[in-house]
Design a protein around this ligand. Structure first.
Ligand code: PLP
Length: 423
């Protein structure tokens, strides 16, 4: 017969009561240390809170607790608006029904389905490369490539503002590490000269940098790589699908598709926005990654629904360049109207449009005030960006209308005047 505490647990649903190891000095010490650390983060003003969305991703959102109010969304990486595209959703449902919820396996044991191979082939075709390999995320693709490819005899040269996942991936490898100043070709050249003693040199850069909306000088990087016999790796998370005449990315935009050796990118931004990442490049490299890359070898296969989304997104992009091109005009509209209003927008021609404000408090207060006017934008300050370079990052999507963009500019102008960011 059940009695006392056991009965109470069952009546309350059983699984809902949080448990923690009590009576252990180590557990108490851990709790004390964690609470202190959390307090320090709050005290430093760098606490990241999460807004809860109660609808699909898109240019218009409903926030949890926000009732029927529609929020105009300018802070997703949904550059092409494919995250909620009806054909992308249908493809996910079909893949789910035909291939199941998931593989319960890594790829090399029993986790490879025909759709995984089809998607890899499609990615390689899209980028005009020999082969491609899927990962659970681009973070994983970046974590897996450097260690698998580079040895202590080699060197890697990395832009100082590269994404955290590239930095972590490089940390994991045993190659000699060099960091060049952000997009500084003189510094890169000096470092390339220094690294002539090594067997192989790999220059690693984001194609487009997500905090500043600036685009790596790939033409110059490739020229230097040729001069000093180096390979070029680019992370195209903020370029794949929309930069360049056919949306192939930074290498297409800058006319160096045949000069970049390795591309890593994500399926979790412009290409449907579900999840997943990949490496595409020479076939022997992809073959080696299948044998050696730890996040690939020791992590579950991409779920079929996720594969279905990305595959359909690529079909749409390869059928026509209209979607890829549709965003450029919207980006131009926002950048030119905001500049005319008196704001400084960092970067050039990229849908990441950082509205530079300088002061961290001003960025936070203005972002809050924008939300109170129904416009969702995010303020970034130190340590995410350098001290004194606080900003509100606006991201344009192909599915924003001209009216959406004009409403955003009008709200910025009002809020900017109110808080003294504009005269
Ligand atoms: N690289 C860059 C430049 C990114 O911005 C991101 C995501 O924020 C990643 C890699 C990681 O991509 P994923 O979300 O697929 O792990």
């Amino acid at each position: 017969m059940l009695r006392g505490a056991a009965l109470r647990v069952l009546r309350s649903g059983g699984a809902g009561t949080p448990r923690f190891a009590s009576g252990s000095a180590a557990a108490s010490e851990l709790r004390r240390r964690l609470e202190k650390e959390l307090e320090d983060i709050r005290g430093a003003g760098t606490w990241k809170s999460e807004r809860i969305i109660a609808s699909r991703q898109g240019p218009h959102l409903h926030l949890a607790g926000g009732g029927a109010e529609r929020i105009l969304n300018f802070c997703a990486n949904n550059y092409l608006g494919l995250s909620s595209h009806p054909e992308v959703i249908r493809a996910a449902v079909e893949a789910l029904e035909k291939f199941g919820a998931g593989l319960s396996s890594v790829r090399f044991i029993c986790g490879t389905q025909s759709i995984h191979k089809d998607l890899e082939e499609k990615i390689a075709r899209f980028h005009q490369r020999e082969d491609a390999i899927l990962y659970a995320s681009c973070f994983d693709a970046n974590a897996g490539i450097f260690e698998a490819l580079l040895t202590p005899e080699d060197a890697v040269l990395s832009d100082e503002l590269n994404h955290a996942s590239i930095i972590d991936g490089i940390r994991l490898c045993k190659a000699n590490k060099y960091r060049y100043k952000h997009m500084d070709m003189q510094d890169l050249e000096a470092k390339l000269q220094d690294t002539q003693k090594h067997r192989l040199r790999l220059v690693a850069t984001d194609g487009a940098f997500s905090m500043d909306g600036d685009i790596a000088p790939l033409r110059e990087i490739c020229q230097l790589a040729q001069k000093y016999d180096a390979l070029v790796f680019i992370d195209e998370c903020h370029a794949t699908g929309f930069l360049g005449p056919n949306g192939r990315g930074t290498d297409e935009l800058l006319g160096v598709m045949d000069k970049v050796t390795i591309i890593n990118s994500t399926l979790g931004k412009a290409l449907g926005g579900a999840a997943g990442g990949y490496t595409t490049g020479p076939k022997p490299l992809i073959d080696l990654l299948r044998q050696r890359s730890r996040p690939y070898l020791f992590s579950n296969s991409l779920p079929p629904a996720v594969v279905g989304c990305a595959s359909k997104a690529l079909d749409l992009l390869m059928e026509s360049n209209a979607i890829a091109q549709s965003m450029a005009a919207k980006t131009q509209r926002f950048r030119s109207k905001m500049t005319a209003a008196g704001f400084t927008i960092s970067g050039k021609d990229h849908p990441i449009c950082p509205v530079m404000l300088g002061d961290a408090r001003l960025a936070a207060v203005m972002a809050e005030d924008m939300l109170s006017r129904g416009i969702y934008v995010i303020g970034f300050s130190y340590p995410v960006v350098p001290k004194g370079k606080a900003r509100i990052r606006v991201q344009i999507s192909a599915v924003h209308t001209d009216e959406d963009i004009d409403r955003c500019v009008e709200a910025f102008t009002e809020v900017g005047r109110k808080h003294g960011a504009l005269p």
